[in-house]
Design a protein. Structure first.
Lengths: 147, 665
């Protein structure tokens, strides 16, 4: 085979691989981007129950309770302007505590309770997830130093 | 005093690096012997200085010298010695020092072991290595000085994040860095080759062992990180498509592509410009990886600005290093003569396909990692790109790659007969079909990906076995002869087969653990039992235990099989005081083709504890497969051809002397 012809094949193969990657990426972006929302966002924007998103803020003081089965924890996430009730079944991360920053991923139920599939809080005590700090600043309730 | 010595050493190292990165380049260009002669002593000097600085910082850590800011922030007198040492690289400044020291060590390696390299190429490689060093040392000396003092001297340090106080993680960063930085040699060789305008088989023969060594280290580093996540984070996950993980995974993917395309340059003198580009890209991604992890830019675009000086410097360095090398590539690459011709269906063709798919896969990981940053910077909107995205993009690209990976090594160079190659895979196909049927019989079509994974994994392992079988003519000639042929096979053939089989074993482990995992989540009181995967676990309650720098609550599970006690598992929850933090230590026992994995959570205040128990089938295969991949790389490194390095100028004298030896061993 002549070199020119050969090069054409390889360029075509390269384009095909690249095209495949782009197509897969665009296709996957459609469904799999998870947006971050603060409790205020949840109240102002209308988020449907089929949309998965991340809810972040502080665990409201004295809001943590256990349901009857002993495994489901309910608590409220606040950005100090608004709150959203959350239910999570499973073992919470070691650093989950009232008054601490938390990010939960899940869906909003029809009754307004956020059903969390996972709860992230695996940092040290002074750490505030940057999204949470941002959300607190946006709600005008930020008191700490700039991170 | 020791800290000042270290500080002095890094400043001197910077000065040496500047000399090393400039004068030899000028000398090589103009043919001035006195200038090129500087390269080797400078590289040796730079390594010694940085080693001295590293030892100084390590001594400051082991001696808990809290007058050094870095030690005060990251250490504590009560920490076990191992973690005092690993604390050296458990922070930004110290890890940067480790980075440049490894970089200098590689330069040292070229300077001391590169005797049979063409002198001008060696000089240029060392000089480029020096220039990379300048970039990092400027950052180290002016913006991230690990030897900065603090006054008044605090009595006690802040301690290291307890999650990092773990033997698995203690050596995770050094391996990762060995990998990242190892690719710098491939990069330096590529840039030097562009300046020289010459890439040949000897060049590839020099690049390959360095790339291979870096790849092995990176493989071990990533596997260690994964293993750590598996047992330390308490929910048994081992890969999260987290941006920090992706940052190490992208250089691995590109490095894998580079390893394979360098084979084509060496054997067939083709794909030269492509290989040079890959070498540049691989190290560029290593740089990008190091920087985005170390600058904290990945958590949020805004934390990038916490130290504007550092952020801007890092950005500028990336632009100069990556942009500069790519510009040089655009300018000089057309000058490289292309060589060997081959048909699309051939060993070369399959390696090109390997490269294309790996690049496409890297691109999807790159987009998934960078898109959230991009969107945040542009619109302020915060998004996360999680596992579903990567499952939908990365996995489909891996399927054809793995399918071709089994037959590629069996294809002849230049032009292959696809039907003939496939015919030799009959046995592998039969084994694969058998495994597919067995999987369907045991677990049905659900999940269908499980069948696909088992098929691909088996196909790979069987393909690697047949490759070796074909080469040794096993079962066709007396086994004694086959054994002798096996011993005489090039080590690189063995290495490749072991690494490919390792990949297959890892795929099987991934498939098994994801598809057939069982999870049991419940409240248990002492005496309660729960059944999982043919075992019964009896909860024996919890008891407090004291550790060296933490207090722990230890739960006990007695594991029964047919009412017979076979194992006792003791997961812990550790509460550290400095810094104040809680970690989970899962109890893991290999059982029944997989791991039993138990975690004890918080008390429900009523005598019961939340407990989580998993059975993770075949998870050990993932670790075994990773070890096999690294082992394959090491075996390949011992290949005679690579050990000897590039052919000497006086080939006629050396070759006959080595021949008989090769036949007897």
């Amino acid at each position: 085979m002549r070199p020119k012809r050969r090069r054409l094949y390889f360029v075509l193969a390269g384009m095909a691989a690249l095209g495949l990657a782009v197509a897969l990426t665009l296709f996957a972006f459609e469904d799999n981007l998870v947006f971050f929302s603060s409790p205020t966002d949840v109240h102002t924007k209308n988020i449907g129950p089929d949309r998965k998103f991340r809810l972040g803020g502080l665990v409201e003081e004295e809001s943590v309770g256990k349901s009857n089965d002993g495994l489901t924890t309910t608590f409220r996430v606040t950005d100090l302007s608004n709150t959203v009730p959350v239910a999570y079944t499973g073992i919470l991360p070691d650093l989950f505590r009232e008054g601490q920053g938390v990010v939960a991923e899940g869906r909003l139920g029809a009754d307004g309770v956020f059903i969390a599939e996972s709860v992230l809080a695996k940092h040290d005590e002074n750490y505030l997830p940057p999204e949470v700090a941002e959300a607190l600043k946006k709600s005008g309730q930020w008191k700490g130093a700039t991170p | 005093m020791i800290a000042e010595l270290g500080h002095f050493a890094i400043v001197l190292a910077l000065a040496v690096a500047i000399v090393q990165g400039t004068l030899p380049l000028v000398g090589a260009q103009r043919g001035i012997e006195s200038l090129t002669a500087i390269a080797r002593p400078a590289a040796i000097m730079q390594f010694l200085l940085l080693a001295l600085a590293f030892i100084a910082l390590t001594l400051a850590f082991t001696g808990s010298d809290f007058s050094v800011l870095n030690v005060w922030q990251n250490s504590h007198t009560q920490k076990p010695l191992l973690y005092k040492i690993s604390g050296v690289w458990g922070n930004h400044e110290g890890s940067l020092l480790l980075w440049v020291m490894i970089l200098a060590a590689f330069g040292f390696g070229v300077a001391t072991m590169g005797n049979n390299l063409p002198p001008s190429l060696r000089t240029r490689v060392i000089a480029i290595q020096g220039l990379i060093g300048v970039g990092f040392l400027l950052l180290l000396v002016f913006l991230s000085n690990p030897f900065e003092r603090v006054f008044p001297v605090p009595a006690q340090g802040n301690g290291l994040n307890p999650l990092l106080q773990d033997p698995g993680l203690a050596f995770h960063p050094p391996f990762l860095y060995l990998g990242y930085v190892g690719f710098s040699i491939a990069f330096s060789f590529a840039v030097a080759a562009l300046i020289e305008g010459k890439v040949d088989a000897a060049w590839a023969r020099w690049v390959r062992p360095w790339t291979l060594a870096a790849w092995v280290a990176l493989t071990i580093g990533i596997a260690m990180g994964s293993w750590w996540a598996y047992y330390e984070l308490g929910w048994g996950g081992w890969w999260f498509w987290d941006p920090v993980e992706n940052a190490s995974f992208m250089p691995w993917l590109l490095g894998t592509a580079l390893l394979h395309s360098a084979i084509v340059v060496e054997k067939r003198d083709a794909l030269k410009t492509w290989t040079v580009l890959l070498a540049i890209l691989t190290f560029s991604f290593s740089l990008l990886g190091t920087f985005i992890v170390r600058s904290g830019v990945l958590n949020s675009v805004h934390s990038f600005a916490t130290d504007p000086g550092r952020g801007v410097y890092i950005l500028a360095f990336l632009v100069v290093a990556i942009g500069g090398s790519l510009a040089l590539y655009a300018w000089r690459a057309p000058a490289l003569k292309s060589g060997g011709v081959f048909a699309p269906i051939s060993r070369e063709g399959s390696l090109v396909l390997n490269n294309l798919l790996l690049i496409a896969a890297t691109a999807t990981v790159f987009i998934g990692t960078m898109y959230p940053l991009f969107l945040d910077a542009m619109t302020g909107e915060k998004v996360t790109v999680g596992p579903p995205f990567f499952n939908a993009t990365f996995v489909p690209l891996m399927v054809p790659l793995l399918a071709v990976m089994a037959i590629g090594p069996m294809m002849p160079w230049k032009r292959a007969d696809l039907a003939g190659t496939l015919a030799r895979m009959k046995v592998a196909a039969a084994v694969t079909v058998a495994v597919a049927l067995l999987t369907l019989y045991l677990s049905g079509f659900d999940p269908i990906l499980a069948v696909l994974g088992m098929v691909l994994g088996t196909w790979l392992v069987a393909g690697a076995a047949i490759d070796i079988g074909e080469r040794t003519r096993l079962f066709r000639i007396p086994w004694r002869d086959a054994l002798r042929r096996g011993r005489n096979l090039p080590r690189s053939a063995w290495g490749g087969a072991i690494a490919h089989a390792g990949m297959g074993v890892a795929i099987l482990g991934i498939t098994g653990s994801l598809s057939w995992e069982i999870e049991r989540l419940q409240i248990m009181r002492p005496g309660d039992r729960v059944g999982i995967a043919g075992y019964e676990l009896e909860f024996g309650g919890v008891a407090p235990v004291a550790g060296p720098n933490y207090d722990a609550v230890r739960g006990t599970f007695r594991v029964y099989r047919d009412d017979e006690l076979v194992e006792v598992m003791t997961p812990e929850t550790r509460r550290f005081t400095q810094p104040s933090m809680v970690t989970t230590e899962a109890a893991i026992r290999p059982r029944n083709f997989g791991d039993l994995y138990a975690v004890v959570g918080e008390s429900n205040g009523d005598g019961g504890f939340a407990t989580r128990i998993y059975h993770k089938p075949m998870i050990n295969w993932l670790w075994i497969g990773s070890i096999m991949m690294a082992l394959g790389g090491l075996v390949s490194l011992t290949d005679r051809r690579l050990r000897i390095g590039a052919p000497r100028r006086r080939t006629a004298e050396t070759k006959p002397a080595l021949r008989p030896q090769q036949q007897t061993t």
